[in-house]
Design a protein around this ligand. Structure first.
Ligand code: 13P
Ligand code: SF4
Length: 337
């Protein structure tokens, strides 16, 4: 698929006020669509000032959210780190529910808003706190490393959290021979291939990344000779083995900036390519499109409504929050990247 490139003559958008932001996204948003976004963007920027709010935008958010209203963008690890250090009164999480919960764990006194409560995650749905307790009975003494893509209840049962950006460093920081790694089976297997630590996996899957198959990659390589293939570690180990690089969403972004491949394909959620392409007009992005329906529940009108009405505020039972916070904070102390 090619970029929605918009010839300058057709833009006719004066670069004043909120419209000045259009230049950031003109390569991926046709000028006819801009008037739909501009009023919400203007309102959100004003509300952020009035509420002393920041918007943390995940790499899978659509370009008008990612480039025009987010204060901080990045992968789950970067957003958690930023949530831990912000001095804003209000945090709006343009991402999914577990990310907002992580931000709330790190900021119990602040208001953390998720614009749509239904923005979930198939990995977070795949496991409960009771499942973790059963695993502990089955493997006594084996530490539990929990991917941040889980509920606070599951984090509360864990020794330490990890993200796809620091999973290997977290596991190796424990100084043990064996860990239980929850809940993503593929992430656990991909990390197991990189470390001597034995990894006991759960059977959770990301509904977006599990759809990619080895044949898709081979077809892409045939159709786009010389293409560099970057894959997220939530893909199956077979798909990861076909890729030139495997990394978190931020890892992929950094790879593109560092290596500057002429032609690249990101085996992950669709919006990533749009967001990176804006900064790299000279790189050709090949785009197989798998949408995360949960990430796509977040829209500009919902962010605007969240700031107008201060909903939906994340609340976590204090009995769960204390141990869950410990697991997240322990992760943030591990040096990675
Ligand atoms: P990252 O931590 O790589 O951003 O991944 C989060 C996620 O949900 C990927 O599907
Ligand atoms: Fe969850 Fe997969 Fe969506 Fe990421 S892409 S939020 S892991 S369902």
């Amino acid at each position: 698929m090619t970029l929605h490139s918009v010839p300058a003559a057709k833009r006719a958008i004066p670069a004043t006020g909120v419209n000045a932001l259009y230049d950031r996204v003109s390569k991926v948003i046709p000028s006819v669509e801009w008037p739909v976004f501009a009023p919400d963007i203007e309102a959100i920027l004003k509300l952020k000032r009035e509420r002393n709010a920041v918007i943390l935008g995940h790499n899978y958010q659509t370009p008008e959210i990612f480039h025009c209203v987010s204060d901080i963008v990045g992968d789950s690890l970067a957003l958690a780190r930023e949530a831990a250090r912000t001095d804003a009164d209000v945090i709006v999480l343009a991402g999914v529910h577990f990310m907002a919960e992580t931000a709330k764990l790190l900021n119990p006194e602040k208001t953390v808003l998720i614009p749509d409560l239904r923005a979930g995650c198939s990995l977070a749905e795949s496991i409960t706190g009771a499942d973790v307790r059963l695993l502990r009975q089955r493997y006594p003494g084996v530490p539990v490393v929990t991917y941040v893509n889980t509920s606070a209840e599951v984090k509360a049962e864990s020794d330490i959290c990890c993200t796809s950006g620091n999973a290997k460093a977290v596991i190796e920081s424990l100084g043990v021979d064996r860990v239980i790694m929850l809940p993503d089976e593929y992430l656990a297997k991909n990390i197991a291939a990189e470390t001597k630590v034995q990894v006991i996996a759960w059977h959770g899957r990301c509904e977006v990344h599990e759809r990619f198959e080895v044949d898709d990659i081979r077809r892409l390589r045939r159709a786009h000779p010389g293409v560099t293939v970057l894959a997220h570690p939530e893909c199956s180990p077979a798909v990861a083995a076909e890729a030139d690089f495997v990394g978190s969403t931020q890892g992929m972004t950094d790879y593109v900036s560092r290596e500057h491949p002429a032609r690249v394909v990101l085996i992950t959620e669709c919006s990533m390519s749009d967001n990176i392409a804006v900064q790299h007009p000279d790189i050709e992005f090949v785009r197989p499109c798998n949408l995360c329906p949960h990430m796509k529940r977040i829209t500009l009108p919902k962010i605007r409504r969240a700031l107008e009405t201060m909903t939906h505020a994340i609340e976590i039972d204090p009995a769960i929050a204390a141990p869950a916070r410990r697991a997240v904070e322990r992760m943030l102390q591990v040096k990675a990247r």
